[in-house]
Design a protein around this ligand. Sequence first.
Ligand SMILES: [Zn+2]
Length: 260
Amino acid sequence: MGETNIDSDQIRRQPHGSVGAAAGQKAIAQSNSAEFAEALFRYSAPEEVMTFPSTCGACAAMCETRMFVTRIPYFQEVIVMASTCDACGYRNSELKPGGPIPEKGKRITLCVKNINDLSRDVIKSDTASVKVPELELELTSGTLGGIVTTVEGLITKISESLERVHGFTFGDSLDESKKNKWLDFKASLNKILSMSEPWILILDDALANSFIAPATDDIKDDHQLICEEYERSWEQNEELGLNDIDTSSADAAYNENTHG
Ligand SMILES: [Zn+2]
C-alpha cells in the first residue's frame, strides 16, 4: 500500500504579510456541531461560564452565547465560545488561543494501546499535520481544518474526509485497482480502531495549538504520551507569516505615508 496524502491545495492561502497577525488570532477550531462545545465545556466549572446576548449568524434572531476562558492542563489558555439559536437551531462553537503565539512548535506522539486511549480528547488545529505510521498515512497541515474530537473521532473524520476528497463511493465508475486500494486502506483503518495491536498517532503543530489529553493527572506518569517542543524553521515561520509579523504594520504605515 502506498502513502496516502491529502495536500492542502484546496486550502485558501491568505496574502502574505497579513497572515502573521491573523495566525495568532485565528480560531484553533470552529464547528457547527454540538459535540465540540460539550467536549470543551467539561474543562470548565459552570460558574466560570459567562452568558451574554448575541445575534444568530444564520437568521439574525437574538440568541445566547456562552463563553469561558480557561487553562486546559498541559495545553494552554483558551477561549471557548458557543451559541445556539432557538429560532433556527443554528449552532456555532469556536475555540481560540488565549495567549500569545507560542515560541516553539510542538510534536505530540501517542502510543494508542487500549480501548480507553480511543476516547482521549484531541484538539487538532488547522496548522497540525497528522501521521499514523501503521497506516503509512500522513495528512499535511491545513487538511481537515481545526477539530475538537477524540482519537477515535479523528480517525473516523480522516476516513470520511478521504472518502469525500477522493470520491471513493461504491457504484461509480472508479477503476477496480483504485477501489481495491481504498477498500484495503479502509480495512486497515477499521483494524487500528479494533485495537488488536498498538499503533502510533503523531500530531505535529508548528503553532503548538494541538493537544492530546493525558490519561494521568500528571503528564509525566503517562508513558504513552510524548510531547516535544522544537524550534520552527525559517520556512515554517515563513509559511505561517511570522517572519514579517513585526514589520508588516510598519510597512503599511510607511506606504500609506509615502504614497497616500
Ligand atoms: Zn438563528
